[in-house]
Every structure is written in C-alpha cells, then in structure tokens.
Design a protein around this ligand. Structure first.
Ligand code: ATP
Ligand code: MG
Length: 164
C-alpha cells in the first residue's frame, strides 16, 4: 500500500460491508491485526467477518480471558485472539500462534495486535479503528507491507474509498 487506505464515517453496516468485500476478494488465509482503543469496534469487526463467512456472530465474544477462540462453519475456520492481557511476545507465541499464522484455511484475527507487533507475520493486514466525534461512526485505516495483499485490498474496497 503506497499510502494507508482510510475509510471514514462507517456505521456498523459500513463495517459489515467492508468485511463482506474482504471475504469476497481475499484468500481464506488471512491474518488481520486489529488496533484501536477500548470500545473502538475490534470485536465488532471480528463479528462482521464471522457473519461474512457464515460463522454465528453471537458465538464471537471477547476472548479476553481465554486469549483464543476458534470457530468453524462448514469449511471456514476463524481464529479469534486478544493480546490485551498477554504479558509479552513470548507469552503470545506460547499460545501456538505461529501454527495459526501458517494455517492455509483460516481467518486469524487478533485484537490489540500492536502489543505483539514484533511477532506478527509480514503479510498481516493491519486495521486501525478510530472512534469519530459522532459516537456511532468509525474511521478505519488499513496498512500492510505485503504489496500483493495491498493490491487485493485496494481492489476490494475501491468503491468505498473517497475518489481522487
Ligand atoms: N460504526 C461502528 N463500528 C463499530 N462498533 C460500533 C459502531 N457503532 C457503534 N458501535 C458499538 O461500539 C462497540 C464496540 O465494542 P467492541 O467490543 O467491538 O470494541 P473493542 O474494540 O473490541 O473493545 P475492547 O478493546 O474492549 O476489546 C459495540 O457495542 C458496537 O455495537
Ligand atoms: Mg474486543
């Protein structure tokens, strides 16, 4: 991504739209690093992805105390992690995350991934969610150092981006 991709004024339906577009355009193997303050909407975004792949969003809760929850629907797999309470990168690795990152079939979404940035894969799609002045709206910023992935994401979200 030459510059980060920013989409503003998203309500929950807008977040769902982004999730649906990503699921349509991306291979199943995707690692998403979710960044944002308490209540920004990281879990809400995991729920949006889960809906888009057919996993019951009601099953997707904050994994703060279990650190990892895995969900399956048909051949779709979603791993949901939360690094908020992880002490350091070593503790995060001890959860077996490298195996999850290598999983060819799974969506792996990590809340508070910036806390363990040093051990996140290079091909992570980073997604920062910011609360706007209007409390039900969010600004979402995407970045990745994987240029192939960046192109796919740009194509997937082109219609939602401000022109120019
Ligand atoms: N446009 C929006 N996008 C995302 N969430 C929204 C939006 N509008 C309202 N919300 C609400 O904001 C809350 C976001 O909470 P959520 O648990 O997803 O945050 P979080 O980033 O996971 O927080 P935590 O750091 O505690 O895990 C939800 O109650 C959601 O319904
Ligand atoms: Mg959360």
């Amino acid at each position: 991504m030459k510059s980060n991709l920013v989409i503003k004024s998203l309500d929950l339906a807008g977040l769902q739209d982004i999730a649906a577009r990503l699921v349509r355009c991306l291979p199943r193997r995707l690692t998403l690093g979710l960044v944002g303050t308490l209540g920004a909407g990281k879990t809400a975004f995991v729920q949006a992805i889960s809906r888009a792949i057919g996993v019951d969003a009601a099953d997707v809760t904050s994994p703060t105390f279990t650190l990892l929850q895995s969900h399956r629907s048909g051949d779709q797999i979603l791993h949901h992690l939360d690094a908020y309470r992880v002490m350091d990168e070593d503790e995060f690795l001890e959860l077996g995350v490298e195996e999850l990152f290598d999983d060819e079939q799974a969506w792996t979404l990590i809340e508070w991934a910036d806390r363990v940035e040093g051990v996140m894969p290079r091909e992570t799609l980073w997604l920062e969610i910011r609360i706007e002045e209007q409390p039900d709206l969010r600004t979402v910023e995407f970045r990745t150092s994987d240029s192939g992935l960046a192109r796919v994401v740009e194509t997937a979200l082109r219609e939602m981006m401000p022109s120019g």
